[in-house]
Design a protein around this ligand. Structure first.
Ligand code: B12
Ligand code: SF4
Length: 491
């Protein structure tokens, strides 16, 4: 039996990190001891010195208590830096502890990840079986360099193994181990407890890693897979009995992908449960039938990505293949049926100029979603669009720092300055919610706001704190904007 410490090194406001919880239950089911270290509770940074000091101290304290044999990190690109620093700490203190990086970042950037001295192994793609095979091999003191889906090091050599076939029957995987996270995190505003009823998404959006994953897994099984409704209900029963959340949310990328399954799911859900749920989907996967099915099933909130208001950017650049009419119809139907909506938007996209940023503001203004998310585009490896931007020198600051992902501007856009993107990201909701008569005032406030540094990199601690304070102020003032009902945290 091994002692396995799992680490989720990213900030999540309301969802639970299902990927690491899936790994946790697989590891526990294989008979090992598991603990989880999440950095989400350490969002507040110390005023002076290393911004990660408190995180590192708490991590070390847990390591001293738990004494892991293996530490497994779940890593997105934005969290790579802090994950690596924790791995380095681990190796400095206890060189015999094995460090494993799994998740999307090592999957798309395996060479960069495995080349780091503090990382002993990486898991590419789904990790339940690969990781438990690795642990079993370590336990037996046997061969651990030939595990599919795993790249490992031994005696200075790297062993690059092929992918492991995708898990065909999702019903066979143990439910994510939610006991690993603090109970307060399971009562998240708007999202309650989240779960997945499927894996994979079949669309080719150019800013998303799905297409890369589809290619990587070609020949290794079906990419889009669904769980049986019985199996999902068994998980919901467990969630309701153990954690009593007030709501559920389905994290599937496109919950309404298969209308027939959706209909059966929702009909049976409504008969069995009275707890409302949130889901997300694409506007082109919504029609009147779908909305009725969702409403009758108990859905009271849908997130839909608009991404760009301008059809050329949305369809030629992002390859969304979604028309304005489909977006307007989807949000309109949801409103008509009394389902609240959230929109996801990006600014600073390739091919964008200020007129297209305003197209995105305008479409949101027309639709007035209940919740608006606006982020500045980040080019990721493993995406068509990201690869082009990276080649063209778009990245001004590294993406691999957990600090940056919401309000630090990493890109150097060819036509829109970083400060302008910072300003529009901060004031996006104000433009959407307030009357154009107030735009001169909003412009003035935005210009003042734009005097702040567009990133917190290298700032003296007091300036960093002042910047963060002002961003929070602008953010919190969104509470007073006119809307259809309520305010909720988006960062
Ligand atoms: C749900 C989701 C979220 C959720 C929850 C995240 C979570 N950890 O659960 C929320 C909304 C919080 C979120 C936030 C963000 N996300 Co997100 N998210 C997703 C999404 C749609 C699905 C992830 C998921 O749950 N999949 C299902 C699980 C079961 O699969 P999985 O995550 O791949 O995990 C398996 C393997 O990777 C592996 N594995 C994972 N961890 C580990 C650890 C070990 C030790 C091992 C051995 C194996 C292993 O085993 C797992 C089980 O099989 C993906 C899209 C995608 N295709 O993955 C984007 C995705 C991961 N997100 C992405 C991004 C960019 C973000 C944000 C930065 C967005 C933003 N700008 O605000 C933030 C960052 C949050 C943070 N700081 O951590 C990018 C990541 C790009 C990158 N290279 O890092 C993706 C790929 C979408 C995209 N753009 O293409 N996200
Ligand atoms: S629909 Fe969403 S999850 Fe699917 S490929 Fe497009 S951006 Fe990625």
């Amino acid at each position: 039996m091994k002692k396995v410490l799992l680490v989720y090194p990213g900030y999540i406001v309301r969802e639970q990190p299902l990927n690491i919880l899936y790994i946790g239950s697989a590891v526990r089911a294989a008979g090992h001891a598991v603990a989880l270290f999440e950095i989400s509770s350490y969002r507040r940074r110390p005023l002076r010195g290393d911004p990660y000091r408190i995180i590192k101290e708490s991590y070390q304290e847990l390591c001293s208590r738990f004494m892991p044999d293996v530490v497994g990190f779940s890593v997105m690109s934005v969290n790579f830096k802090i994950a690596l620093e924790l791995a380095q700490l681990t190796k400095r203190r206890s060189p015999d502890v094995r460090t494993v990086f799994g998740g999307i970042h090592p999957t798309i950037a395996p060479e960069e990840t495995i080349s780091e001295g503090a990382i002993d192994a990486i898991c590419r793609g789904e990790g339940e079986a690969s990781f438990t095979d690795f642990l079993a091999a370590l336990d037996r003191g046997g061969e651990y360099t030939r595990i599919p889906g795993f790249w490992t090091k031994r005696d200075g050599s790297i062993f690059r193994n092929p992918m492991r076939p995708l898990i065909e029957d999702l019903d066979k995987i143990p439910f994510p181990d939610r006991d690993l996270i603090s109970p307060s995190r399971l009562q998240a505003e708007l999202y309650g407890v989240n779960l997945l009823t499927s894996r994979g998404c079949p669309f080719p959006c150019s800013y998303c890693q799905n297409e890369y994953l589809m290619d990587l897994y070609r020949g290794y099984g079906r990419f889009v897979r669904t769980r049986s409704i019985e199996n999902v209900f068994a998980e919901i029963d467990q969630i309701l009995q153990k954690y009593r959340p007030s709501r559920l949310s389905f994290s599937d990328e496109s919950f309404t992908l298969n209308k027939k399954r959706l209909e059966e799911f929702c009909q049976r859900y409504a008969k069995r449960y009275s707890i409302p749920f949130l889901c997300q989907t694409r506007p082109d996967l919504i029609d009147e039938d779908t909305i009725r099915i969702l409403k009758d099933g108990g859905c009271d909130f849908i997130n839909m990505a608009i991404e760009a208001g301008n059809p050329r950017i949305r369809n030629n650049v992002l390859q969304r293949n979604i028309t304005d009419e489909q977006i307007v119809q989807a949000f309109g139907l949801a409103r008509r049926f009394g389902i609240r909506t959230g929109s996801f938007n990006m600014i600073g996209l390739p091919g964008e100029d200020m007129s297209t940023v305003w197209d995105t503001i305008r479409i949101n203004k027309l639709l007035q979603p209940d919740r608006i998310m606006c982020t500045v585009y980040m080019p990721f490896l493993g995406t068509k669009l990201g690869a082009d931007c990276l080649k063209d020198g778009w990245l001004e600051h590294p993406i691999d720092d957990a600090e940056i992902y919401y309000t630090n501007i990493t890109i150097k856009h060819p036509t829109i300055s970083g400060r302008t993107l910072f300003g529009y990201q901060g004031f996006f909701d104000y433009y959407v919610r307030l009357s154009p008569k107030l735009y001169p005032l909003i412009h003035l406030l935005r210009w003042t706001y734009q005097l702040l540094p567009k990133t917190s990199f290298g700032l003296p601690s007091l300036l960093r704190a002042a910047r963060e304070g002002l961003i929070n102020f602008v953010y919190n003032m969104k509470r007073i904007l006119p809307r259809r009902g309520f305010f909720m945290k988006t960062r």
